[in-house]
Design a protein around this ligand. Structure first.
Ligand SMILES: *[C@@H]1O[C@H](CO)[C@@H](O)[C@H](O)[C@H]1NC(C)=O
Ligand SMILES: *[C@@H]1O[C@H](CO)[C@@H](O)[C@H](O)[C@H]1NC(C)=O
Ligand SMILES: *[C@@H]1O[C@H](CO)[C@@H](O)[C@H](O)[C@H]1NC(C)=O
Ligand SMILES: *[C@@H]1O[C@H](CO)[C@@H](O)[C@H](O)[C@H]1NC(C)=O
Ligand SMILES: *[C@@H]1O[C@H](CO)[C@@H](O)[C@H](O)[C@H]1NC(C)=O
Length: 433
């Protein structure tokens, strides 16, 4: 299956009806006033500077908030106290283990990632990062054509290691990896296992500087060696090597507004009148636990002896990662890595002042992991960089003005492609202030 990483293009086409969020990429860095380039390729302050902020496309390497270092821990979901909505979290990983967008629901001792009609699903991203190490997640996937469950590692420079599950094919776990989000079409692989909707499985990624091993229920499914990833064109190892967050997600790949390659990969369009929708009101994937074991190297790469990870070079390779002492918490949603105290309730901050209209909460693509979801599409129709806070959701992927566009649902029938993103971000930003 041909797959492409179009996360930049996805939002590069988003015009902004209400907001002024500027797009950003490696050749088009953010301005000083809104210095942080979010995971979704738009400039802002506040939460734009937290997890997913790409230092290479931001105003400067220290515009993003330093990333909390790895913590070895087992995360369970007996309650959702450890889950903070993305319009509440300011970078203190001691106060929340996960940042959510969409609608996580507590059920038994699991968290359900839900996807109701007119939403783009749910995403949980870990607040601390892993610089190599072992991560295991025990869960049951969702089901149904067009419905994708994912368990991935994603770094701020878009190194990525994946498990993905297409709800039309419940006996396959797909594995994949990307280096710096560069679209390479040949790295996916499939592992056959028993029904992933009916059965809990434990999915494991064991990631070292030299090898990635994917295991299911303790059995090796696949191995990828760094030594097999040399790219003679770019003269480097096309191998994930930078600190990454764990992301758990459920998202609708099968929307008519998505590219045909994505829809085909996902097994067809989502059926919004399915039994799961009728019985529960949403599609769901059921996560029981996640266990992170840090790599614990004694020298770089792969340490976690400091407080936070930052980058000191634009190559985004492992030797530009610094495991240091910089603080990770912003004083407010107006603050940035350039002035982390801005907006603190007392005292006067100095430095770059964000304009009052600056975007503060990046549009979430629901479960869409990194928007590296354009499965073989060549165009930019997979504009999946949107969504909402925990209280604002809507169709945003490829709001191309078709009748299926969620824009209609929100009474914004005149918005052009992608502009719903701006509406939602603006609303979310207002609510956060
Ligand atoms: C880390 O903190 C130092 C000292 O405050 C600051 O000069 C530097 O810009 C920070 N680095 C990053 C990447 O945030
Ligand atoms: C994996 O299986 C899916 C169907 O579930 C198929 O579309 C895809 O091409 C397969 N990928 C590989 C690499 O065989
Ligand atoms: C770290 O990055 C350097 C520079 O790109 C490279 O030579 C080295 O092989 C990398 N090491 C690992 C473990 O990826
Ligand atoms: C090698 O790197 C170049 C430049 O980043 C990229 O365009 C190309 O797709 C890569 N090829 C492979 C096979 O990884
Ligand atoms: C890393 O250190 C932590 C804390 O001491 C420990 O819990 C964890 O098991 C270690 N991980 C590995 C892979 O050794």
């Amino acid at each position: 299956m041909v797959r492409a990483s179009t996360f930049v293009f996805a939002l590069a086409t988003a015009s902004t009806a209400l907001g002024q969020a500027q797009t950003c990429d490696l050749n088009n860095k953010c301005p000083q006033s809104t210095p942080c380039c979010s995971q979704y390729g738009q400039c802002g302050v506040g939460a734009y500077c937290l997890g997913g902020c790409d230092p290479r496309s931001s105003f400067s390497l220290n515009s993003c908030t330093p990333a909390p270092v790895c913590e070895s821990k087992t995360y369970t979901f007996e309650n959702l106290d450890s889950v903070a909505p993305n319009n509440k979290y300011l970078g203190d990983a001691s106060k929340a283990d996960w940042v959510s967008s969409g609608n996580p629901v507590h059920y038994g001792s699991d968290v359900l990632l839900t996807m109701a009609p007119s939403t783009v699903g749910t995403l949980l991203a870990s607040t601390s990062y892993m610089w190599y190490g072992n991560v295991q997640a025990k869960f049951k996937t969702s089901r149904g054509q067009g419905v994708v469950t994912a368990f991935i590692l994603l770094s701020d420079v878009k190194d990525e290691i994946d498990y993905e599950f297409v709800g039309a094919d419940l006996e396959v776990a797909q594995s994949n990896y990307y280096f710096q989000g560069i679209p390479v079409y040949v790295n996916g692989a499939n592992t056959t296992i028993s029904d992933t909707f009916q059965n809990y499985h434990t999915y494991e990624i064991d990631w070292t500087p030299d090898t990635i091993t994917w295991l299911v229920d303790g059995v090796v499914a696949r191995t990828k060696k760094r030594s097999d990833t040399w790219n003679a064109t770019s003269n480097q190892w096309a191998y994930p090597q930078t600190p990454a967050r764990v992301q758990l997600s459920l998202w609708p790949a099968g929307l008519s507004s998505n590219g045909q390659g994505t829809v085909d990969w996902a097994g067809g369009l989502v059926d919004w009148n399915s039994a799961d929708i009728k019985n529960n009101g949403y599609y769901y994937a059921s996560f029981t636990s996640v266990t992170v074991n840090c790599f614990n190297a004694t020298s770089a790469p792969g340490t976690n002896t400091g407080v936070s990870y930052t980058y000191n070079g634009y190559s985004g390779t492992n030797d530009t990662v610094v495991d240091g002492k910089n603080a990770t918490v912003l004083a407010s949603f107006l603050a940035t890595g350039l002035d982390m105290e801005l907006g603190a309730s007392s005292g006067t901050a100095s430095g770059a002042q964000p304009s009052s209209t600056a975007e503060t909460i990046p549009g979430q693509s629901g479960g869409s992991p990194a928007n590296i979801n354009s499965h073989g599409d060549t165009g930019s129709s997979d504009s999946s960089g949107s969504g909402g806070s925990s209280t604002v959701t809507g169709f945003v992927q490829g709001a191309t003005g078709t009748s299926k566009s969620g824009a209609d649902k929100l009474g914004q029938e005149k918005v052009v492609k992608g502009s719903l993103f701006a509406v939602i971000v603006a609303v979310a930003a207002m609510m956060a202030m």
